[in-house]
Design a protein around this ligand. Sequence first.
Ligand code: FCB
Length: 456
Amino acid sequence: MTFPADFRWGVATAAFQVEGATTADGRTPSIWDAFCAREGAVAGGDTGDPAADHYHRMPADVALMRDLGVGVYRFSLAWPRVRPDGGEINAAGLDFYERLIDNLLDAGVTPWPTLYHWDLPQALEERGGWTARDTAYRFADYAAAVVERLGDRVGTWTTLNEPWCSAFLGYGSGRHAPGRTEPRAAVAAAHHLLLAHGLGAAAIRDTVPGAEVGVTLNLFPVGVADPGSAADWDVARRVDGLQNRVFLDPVLRGRYPDDVLTDLEPYGLRDVIHDGDERIIGTTVDFLGVNYYRDLLVSAVPDARSGLPSEWVGAEHVSFPERDLPKTDSGWDISPEPLTGLLLRLHTDYPRLPLYITENGVAFPDEIGADGHIADTDRIAFVDAHLRAAHAAIEAGVDLRGYFYWSLLDNFEWAEGYAKRFGLVHVDYATQRRTPKASASWYARVMADNGLAGRE
Ligand code: FCB
């Protein structure tokens, strides 16, 4: 099972999850620092320190990637390192990313930076955060500052990672920073994140005309619990609208879907869209990043969680019935096959769009053996199955150009803290010792062989 000759193999991380050093060199607090300080918000009371202390261990981490034969490193920049307070540019913050990129280039690893992976400066949250239209313009300023400094050595920029989480987990269910539970705020945040993408993309191209620009979305195939139930189908349409199409259509067609506009009318979506916004959001993208972890099965029959603050604005009574599927340590169903259909759907609905799987990966309760070895065969099986699903989409004609495993390192898994380990490389947080798991050498082979050669 071989992938196309120019297929890109990589690994991913994000600033707040791996860097640590949250007060170093002029970094100011982000919404995640503030959220972590809130009693009960993050499991174990964990915070962004020490994370994997990547800020200080970056050269060794890059060397590790080189040794594994990683082709692409997808990472994010911390906005509060670069523009503390959303104001003056902090040269020391940019210096770190310049060093990182130079180390990567020296190691033969292509840098794949994302500008926003959820760590909004807290100072901007205090001015309304993503509910404020102004935040989208501040993002464009931040993007311009970054690209001015680093654009000569980076070919591909990603504006946002998973705006769905920023908007709906951040302002809807409150599971993520800033922890607000206001449905209208979540809808305004979604629109302003989209606007930030459009304005940011323009700012990047104004600064470096030839730059490739894209966005990464977390997309979920949505199925129904009871195919005979019209109510289930309606809930599936709504959830697909809220999770997938509310982002896909404005970015790739320059237009919100009519049904989503109607569903979110009571929550003020039309009120926050200004004339011309959809044109800005619909600026051409050079690729779409797809983060895939699982599919969703929905039901219109309420359950115990119904009516609680929800990320499903306007569909608060949707439930997600248990399925008889193996689960990850995050409690997520293991469900690789629907990835093929998702990629095919994107290929059909949004033609001529290069796709990358910018995240796919799994947390398992890894155990360190007596010999120090971590035999994570469950993780290997997980990745193997998802690569097969991706390969099937390529065979069917999908223009899938890369796969980046989440994550290179064990790291801070947001509201779950350090308890969930997604890394190919184990991190002992007390000593910061890195131990590649069995999956790391397995994945190194996959990258070297450009697929699952000889393992059909
Ligand atoms: C995604 C996030 C990423 C990581 C994985 C497990 O939603 O983009 O930061 O936490 O989930």
